[in-house]
Design a protein around this ligand. Structure first.
Ligand code: PEP
Length: 271
């Protein structure tokens, strides 16, 4: 079944719309984004990164079209680890598979802070989602596991200690072949939606240390293959410098993904 997606750490940029862009706004985004993409492709260029949009569930349909040339890869912002049942307000993995969703963000700091998600609940979701990687069909889902320190932890120089615990507890018990496919997203909480970005050096330092934690858990070979994104006020003006860092393999992007032009600029940062 493997290799699924992860091709030599091909960069991956995912827009996280959070609770923004309802169905009508999502369709307006779609129309403009597809126009930009077709124009770009007419000039013989193409998007050279893996990418997706984590839209609200109800807006996903607005990003779909029968025309294959207008395909938008979808990500979910959360998922429940149970297959079905009495879980009011939740969405299951089979439901996302049926809808063709390719990625799911797990453990975003907003979910940890506002909806009591813990490293243990993140781990349960990651284990459930990675089971789809054994599917013979093309309906597997890649988890994007978010982690990062608070401002107080950053200020008291506890970042590395905090991220080590998060990674160890969130990723324990994974099949090593599955681990290779998991995408990690280092998101310092103080940089999310604040306009403050970690400097490329700061982000590189923590992401390199994260890779070392993966090496300790799963060995050097797997650690070298895992893709690790940076998230926290990434935008067209800073994407190039962040992406130049040797351990940064992409971005998880909130604010700058809401607008089709800035999101398209992010996806084509290397041009
Ligand atoms: C996010 O939501 O994961 C994020 C990084 O947001 P922003 O880009 O707005 O900081």
């Amino acid at each position: 079944m493997l290799l699924k997606k992860n091709n030599m750490r091909r960069p991956i940029i995912v827009g996280n719309w959070k609770m923004n862009n309802g169905p009508t706004e999502a369709r307006a985004f779609f129309d403009k984004f597809i126009e930009l993409k077709s124009e770009y492709e007419k000039n013989g260029k193409e998007i050279e990164v893996d990418w997706a949009i984590a839209a609200p569930y109800i807006s996903m349909i607005s990003l779909m079209d029968e025309d294959d040339a207008k395909y938008i890869p979808l990500a979910a912002q959360n998922v429940n680890e149970n297959k079905s049942g009495a879980y009011t307000g939740e969405i299951s993995i089979p439901m996302l598979q049926e809808f063709g969703v390719e990625y799911v963000i797990i453990g975003h700091s907003e979910r940890r802070e506002m909806y009591n998600e813990t490293n243990a609940s993140v781990n349960a979701k990651v284990l459930a989602v990675t089971k789809t990687l054994d599917s013979e069909d093309d309906d597997y889902i890649i988890p994007i596991v978010a982690f990062g320190e608070t401002e107080a932890e950053f200020e008291s120089d506890r970042t590395l200690e905090v991220i080590e615990t998060q990674l160890k507890e969130c990723l324990v018990g994974l099949n090593p072949e599955h681990m290779k496919e998991v995408v990690l997203a280092y998101e310092p909480i103080w940089a999310i939606g604040t306009g403050k970005t970690a400097t490329p050096d700061q982000a590189q330092k923590v992401i390199k240390a994260s890779r070392e934690v993966i090496a300790e858990m799963y060995g050097d070979e797997i650690a070298k293959e895992v893709r690790i994104q940076y998230g926290g006020s990434m935008k067209p003006e800073n994407v190039k410098d962040l992406m130049k860092q040797p351990d940064i393999d992409g971005g998880l992007v909130g604010g700058a993904s809401l607008d089709p032009e800035s999101f398209f600029q992010l996806l084509t940062y290397n041009k």
